[in-house]
Design a protein. Structure first.
Length: 117
């Protein structure tokens, strides 16, 4: 059974991750001010979204319970409508991958500040 606290632990275990609440009810996990995972608060079931690779986007978007994320689908983000749709292993994979996809696109100045170069 997946819950917000477990997702929080997975995301916060990655280096230099910050978290904050945006738009009143979204728990956002960021690297260098850029979001890589967003979890919906105060909703049932709990949903979450994250960035995937270009190759995975089509496949993921057609799975039951997963769809292109509103507003950010053009950046290859998917929305998992119920966080229990994915296993713990899958959450670790996808949040880690999203983190790396976002981290790799950070401007050199921010990478330098975070000692990522």
């Amino acid at each position: 059974m997946m819950d917000i606290e477990t997702l929080q632990q997975i995301c916060k275990a990655l280096p230099h991750v910050t978290e904050d609440i945006k738009w009143g009810n979204d728990l956002c996990f960021c690297i260098g001010t850029k979001m890589f995972c967003v979890v919906g608060l105060n909703q049932s079931p709990t949903s979450a979204s994250f960035k995937v690779t270009e190759e995975e986007f089509e496949t993921m978007s057609t799975q039951p319970g997963i769809k292109p994320a509103p507003y950010v689908a053009k950046y290859k983000w998917v929305l998992v409508e119920n966080i229990n749709t994915l296993s713990l292993k899958e959450w670790k994979h996808f949040t880690g991958q999203s983190y790396n996809l976002v981290k790799d696109k950070l401007p050199p100045k921010i990478k330098k500040e975070l000692n990522l170069l």
